[in-house]
Design a protein around this ligand. Structure first.
Ligand code: UDP
Length: 325
């Protein structure tokens, strides 16, 4: 099969491309290399069936051409990372909403099945743990820029589900929880690559807030596996699924583990949110997925725990880099 993977040169996208190629499919990766990097897919260039096209998902003619060449679409392209969202809200909202609109219109025109990757951010600051797909979402006010990301991704979900509702376009929505693994960069704020780099360099580990906030981290290979299984599942159509891992860890606990794993030289330094981001920043206290729905449909259970994830990230962080990286 020929797949279009938007955001194919991103961290998760590149793992997905690799997985599809390993299964014998052809992959057209569409990426404008804004947050994606050529280095993520450099090892795929030259593999039969792989092509990287550098353009934005907001360009209708480009997207149309790509979709006519493919039979199904994984739509991962998006603005990424809380820092970018806080610093460049207009670009964030436009990329997210316009991109998805363009993709969905083309998928509708050519009747292509489409999987949209959404985010656990849409649950906002709900305190009902674990988060279930049909829970109410609890977003903060529109004057707090962080919520722009959740609001925009939620609009993407509404739009995708509307295409299913009105025309039975086969769409699946996957709400990704914190995803980690090789090739993730700490440049956009992601905590594990940042702590790992800080620990390896013997620098202070920068814990934002009290560090009592928790997250659940899934290995990118587990996440990609779920996406591949969901896209063509007949009962997944018109549905939303949490994808992630439900092993919960506090950020302070995470910092301690990474400090110990990297030789124990780093101190752990707490930094107030106002200094780390901009004033008025709101963080989620806990974020845990209910995996019941996806487990029931495709028998999904994450195969890698936090220890294995950290070992993988550390191995790649310590690996010598080539010239294009
Ligand atoms: N965080 C931190 N230090 C960092 C980067 C992030 O303490 O250098 C915290 C961040 O405030 C959040 C958690 O780690 O509570 C996860 O952040 P990340 O940006 O990785 O993902 P998020 O869950 O916010 O989407």
């Amino acid at each position: 099969m020929n797949y279009l993977v938007t955001g194919g040169a991103g961290f998760i996208g590149s793992h997905l491309c690799e997985r599809l190629l390993d299964d014998g499919h052809s992959v057209l990766a569409l990426d404008d290399l804004s947050t994606g990097r050529f280095a993520n897919v450099a090892h795929l260039e030259g593999r039969p069936g792989f092509e990287l096209r550098v353009a934005s998902v907001t360009e209708p003619e480009v997207v149309e051409r790509c979709i006519t060449e493919c039979q199904a679409v994984f739509h991962l392209a998006s603005a990424v990372g809380v820092r970018l969202v806080v610093d460049e809200p207009v670009k964030t909202i436009e990329t997210i909403v316009n991109g998805t609109d363009v993709i969905l219109r083309c998928c509708a025109r050519y009747r292509r099945p489409m999987l949209l990757t959404s985010t656990s951010e849409v649950y906002g600051k709900s305190e009902r743990i674990p988060f279930r797909e049909d829970d109410d979402v609890v977003l903060g006010p529109s004057t707090t820029r962080r919520w722009a990301y959740a609001g925009a991704k939620m609009l993407d979900e509404f739009l995708a589900l509307a295409h299913w509702h009105e025309a039975r376009l086969p769409v699946v929505v996957a709400r990704l929880f914190n995803t980690v693994g090789p090739r993730q960069t700490g440049r956009y704020g992601m905590v594990i690559p940042r702590f790992m780099a800080q620990g390896i360099a013997g620098e202070p580990l920068t814990v934002y807030g009290t560090g009592r906030q928790t997250r659940c981290f899934a290995h990118v290979k587990d996440v990609v596996e779920a996406l591949v299984q969901l896209i063509h599942h007949p009962e997944a159509r018109g549905q939303v699924f949490n994808v992630g891992n439900d092993e919960e860890v506090s950020i302070l606990g995470l910092a301690e583990r990474i400090r110990d794993l990297t030789g124990g030289r780093s101190e752990i330094r707490t930094i107030p949110y106002d200094e780390a981001y901009t004033s008025g920043f709101e963080d989620m206290v806990r974020r845990v997925p209910s995996l019941e729905k996806i487990q029931r449909l495709i028998g999904y259970t994450p195969t890698r725990n936090l220890g294995q994830i950290l070992a993988d990230v550390r191995a790649e962080a310590e690996r010598p880099r080539g010239p294009i990286e």
